[in-house]
Ligand binder design. Sequence first.
Ligand SMILES: [Ca+2]
Length: 320
Amino acid sequence: MAELKKIIIDTDPGIDDAMAIFLALESPEVEVIGLTTIYGNVYTTLATRNALHLLEIAGRTDIPVAEGSHVTITKGTKLRIADFVHGTDGLGNQNFPPPKGKPIEQSATEFLTEQASLYPGQVTVVALGPLTNIALAIQSDPAFAKNIGQIVLLGGAFAVNGNVNPAAEANIFGDPDAADIVFTSGADVLAVGLNITHQVVLTDCDRDKLAQSNGKFAQYLCKILDVYFGYHHDAYSTKGVYLHDPTTVLAAVDPSLITCVEGVVRVQTIGITRGLTLFYNKQKRFGEVTEWSDKPSVKVAVTVDAPAVVKLVMERLMKS
Ligand SMILES: [Ca+2]
């Protein structure tokens, strides 16, 4: 049997992160070798606590959790925490008891660089929050961008509006400087942006099906999903919730679910469009040197088989 694809999930749980982590654990094509944590939906300390809690729910305390950065790559601390989307605890205001487990001694950056060098070309990082940990790994180990198999990230809004403001998507907005480092690092990067994830909707009807399932993940998720559905009903006219993080996990698990284009992505780090991701498709050869010239190409997802993604999410989350 072929070796399973090893994945590390960099995460800020987060309701859709919880779905994505469970989905990865229920995906036979991949082996989750660790979780690394980051601020975003919640502060990093709470992200770590939630990551440990979710692994305990899943009965997978064998998987290590490495805590990530508490500040942006430019040492910014005025972090935007999305309690209005995910609840003040990040998991739908359920007041779960604290986890019994602890994070490992290594930092997220140390864990990422170590695993990439232990298994060169074989580890996929699925990045579901701001990209600080990944950028720190790139900066701290010059071999990381080459050693890591692929970085599949939820981030950006390619030719569509953002979700923090018209310019910016939340994960990129969380640390635009880190995002620009990742996009221009030369690593094999696949970006899954809002242009993709806003096509993948879990409907009220799907949630009812989850509620009727006896599966432990379905039962757990139904408890925490209320806050997430409430936010979507208020903020969008979509009848359901966007599956940002689960779609990104599945893009890593089964790349045939999406198609992508290749080009150079730069991130705006200042001004009113801070966090904007701008893709250069290389169709015009500009006469002048630009900020996109001579930068490595990345992949940007442009289509998704949304019904297939939703079907896989439902099947796998109701399996056990
Ligand atoms: Ca997330």
